[in-house]
Write a protein that binds this ligand. Structure first.
Ligand SMILES: NC(=O)c1ccc[n+]([C@@H]2O[C@H](COP(=O)([O-])OP(=O)(O)OC[C@H]3O[C@@H](n4cnc5c(N)ncnc54)[C@H](OP(=O)(O)O)[C@@H]3O)[C@@H](O)[C@H]2O)c1
Length: 331
């Protein structure tokens, strides 16, 4: 592909939201050692992507501007660089591109062979693109961290998932229900039926007083909370936790970090754990196994062509996504 150019969406400084995205023509990248060139079929916009644009990871990345955002893609292998034997041209895959370099909003992207897996048969590019950050986070929190056993063999756990209608939350409800659990979920009124259809046993509208207090109508105390939203104080969680209840917070701010340090130092039985995903191939394989078995599905909020990627960006930034926002690439 040397010398060829491709369409891409970039931004060249921090801030500016959707209107700062620019459509440009740039050279097709070439895959180095252990890297694979993908023809991108679909990408998703995660909150992580626009948080990077806002400068949240500023001391670390982006390494340089202009920057092509979006870490999560589905695509077709074009060619592998030196050291790539596991994938061949034509393979349909999903990949996590790594935020330092990203590159998802472009016709072609370079992925590490260690951060991609084959797509399950029948899984569309759009459904696959939704998986990397959101589904891996849900799996990491519930299975690796909270210890839920997806063969149903563990003791019964009461699980609360907040923002269950969002990207992480909708995968989390499906994954949690594979274990021996009673799942309570919070979402807005427009999504009550949808979240129930994902498997949640009890649903709380977060805009009602009971929902804001996280009180399940059955009075159950939660053994595990996966908090996919922000702004809920520890005191609200605390009264609703079982004796050894654990809250996993995936959007930890300074107060979470302080509370975590205090709880650790005082050997508190009720625990608060900030968690930032480190994607791995093993996690991708575990999630793809569930997808292949029909146990986890991607709910698509909206689809946008690459030429209107700014609409996808604005949709995610607006905070009212149901499932995943997808950018699709015309053949
Ligand atoms: N730590 C990590 O590694 C990691 C990984 C992935 C994501 N995250 C973070 O986790 C958060 C969630 O990500 P996401 O992709 O799931 O976001 P998302 O898809 O944008 O979530 C949007 C959904 O959240 C619902 N929601 C908003 N406020 C709520 C509240 N107070 N109670 C209940 N539901 C509420 C919205 O419902 P309505 O439209 O009805 O308001 C909407 O359906 C983000 O801050 C993201 O950056 C962290």
């Amino acid at each position: 592909m040397a010398g060829k150019t491709m369409r891409a969406v970039i931004y060249d400084k921090y801030g500016g939201g959707a209107s700062a995205l620019k459509h440009v023509e740039v050279p097709v990248p070439s895959p180095g050692k252990d890297k694979v060139l993908l023809k991108v079929e679909a990408a998703t916009v995660n909150p992580y992507d626009w948080k990077i644009q806002k400068g949240v990871t500023r001391p670390f990345y982006p390494r340089k501007f202009p920057y092509i955002p979006a870490t999560d893609v589905a695509g077709e292998v074009v060619e592998g660089g030196p050291g790539v034997e596991e994938f061949k041209a034509g393979d349909k895959v999903i990949a996590f591109l790594g935020a330092a370099t990203a590159g998802g909003l472009a016709e072609y992207a370079v992925a590490s062979k260690n951060m991609m897996v084959l797509r399950a048969p029948g899984l569309s590019a759009a459904e696959g693109a939704g998986l990397p950050v959101a589904a891996l986070t849900a799996y990491k929190c519930l299975v690796d961290t909270a210890g839920l056993k997806l063969d149903g063999s563990g003791e019964k756990k009461n699980v609360l998932i907040t923002a269950a209608s969002g990207g992480v939350g909708h995968y989390a409800v499906q994954i949690a229900k594979l274990a021996n659990t009673h799942v309570t979920a919070t979402c807005g009124s427009r999504n009550l039926d949808l979240v129930r259809s994902l498997g949640a046993d009890e649903i709380l509208d977060y805009k009602t007083p009971e929902g804001a207090m996280l009180k399940s109508s059955s009075g159950k105390k939660y053994d595990v909370v996966l908090n996919c939203t922000s702004g809920i104080p520890w005191s609200t969680f605390e009264g609703n936790l079982s004796k050894n209840g654990l809250v996993i917070d995936i959007s930890p701010g300074p107060s979470t970090m302080l509370r975590y340090a205090w709880k650790t130092a005082t050997f508190s039985r009720k625990k608060l754990l900030p968690l930032i995903l480190s994607p791995t191939k093993e996690l991708m394989e575990s999630v793809m196994e569930l997808v292949a078995a029909g146990k986890v599905k991607t709910l698509i909020d909206s689809r946008h062509p690459l030429g209107r990627a700014e609409d996808a960006w604005a949709k995610s930034l607006g905070g009212h996504v149901t499932g995943k926002v997808i950018v699709e690439f015309e053949p």
